[in-house]
Write a protein that binds this ligand. Structure first.
Ligand SMILES: [Zn+2]
Length: 313
């Protein structure tokens, strides 16, 4: 913690007002080099070429001439002064009332959940210490509260908000894609897109089921029907352009003739660029050689370090 002391004389005087425990019996310094009020944080104790900080054990030894810059540098970081200022600030700001405290605890819990911050960090003493600088009576929720009833409340609230947003949208579009997770388990996800927002609905592990057209059709139909039970209309679903998906579109079209099932244009463009790249020999060879060089460098710690140094240069 430090004090911003990029200040003019007026600001320096305000700082002194805030720390009015500086020795008032100290004789006023004469005009000149010692007229800066910052000097009032220091005192002489009869030792030659030495000035003593009044708030901490710091001693300014000056060789010949006194420079206020040195004093200013110290005053901005002086632990004793920072502490005194903090105490003064704490005494002058009223504490949080019950409503404000509840609001604060709720928002802090939301921050933990929305940023995926581990719950145990809420009990780190530095967090409470930091927040007490702002309001002396601040209370932070316990780890148990954040992972317990606060989590349940926030989840229920968010779920309600999502449902309301989906109902207010004039129909939604589904998107679905499959991938393998870090354990090499196959997963299919479902998202819901409105004209303003996108919501993640579900990720389903597909286990030993093969991703056939019928299987994909069943999954998407399930989501459409679940939404319809809540009066949310899905106008269709967008997937990638793999052949199992094209089979699924046909089955879904038969089942829902008024809805649209189609491939993702970005995925189509990606395939197009890949095909173009593969059909031009020079481009294909260049990409192949670059990939191989990159693999060789990445496999060796020594080469990686040398390569990073070359980039920095
Ligand atoms: Zn000091």
């Amino acid at each position: 913690m430090s004090i911003d002391l990029n200040m003019d004389e007026d600001d320096a005087r305000k700082l002194l007002d805030l720390t009015n425990d500086v020795d008032s019996e100290e004789p006023q310094r004469k005009k000149g080099k010692l007229s800066n009020p910052l000097w009032n944080h220091f005192q002489e104790r009869g030792e030659e070429r030495k000035m003593f900080c009044k708030h901490c054990p710091y001693v300014y030894n000056y060789p010949r001439n006194i420079h206020v810059d040195y004093i200013q540098k110290h005053v901005t970081v002086c632990p004793g002064l920072v502490n005194k200022l903090t105490q003064k600030t704490i005494q002058t700001i009223p504490g949080l009332n019950r409503t404000e405290s509840e609001k604060f605890q709720q928002l802090l819990s939301e921050w933990f959940l929305e940023t995926g911050t581990p719950f145990q960090r809420i009990e780190h003493p530095k967090l409470l210490e930091t927040l007490k600088v702002l309001r002396f009576n601040v209370e932070i929720p316990t780890r148990k509260a954040v992972s317990g009833h606060r989590l349940t409340e926030i989840y229920a609230n968010k779920e309600l908000q999502v449902r309301q947003s989906l109902k207010m949208a004039n129909g939604v579009c589904l998107t679905s894609d499959g991938w393998s997770n870090v354990n090499n388990e196959s997963v299919i996800n479902y998202c819901c897109v409105t004209s303003k927002e996108t919501f993640f609905l579900d990720a389903v592990p597909t286990g030993s089921n093969s991703h056939s057209g019928e299987y994909i059709c069943r999954g998407i139909s399930g989501v459409i029907e679940e939404l319809e039970q809540q009066d949310i209309v899905a106008h269709g679903c967008c997937t990638d352009n793999a052949s199992n998906n094209t089979n699924a579109w046909q089955l879904l079209h038969q089942k829902y003739p008024n809805k649209h099932f189609y491939g993702c244009i970005c995925h189509a463009l990606h395939l197009l660029v890949k095909d173009i790249g593969n059909s031009i020999k020079l481009l294909k060879d260049t990409v192949f050689v670059a990939t191989e060089i990159s693999k060789i460098i990445k496999r060796s710690h020594l080469l990686s370090a040398k390569f990073n140094n070359l980039i920095k240069d």
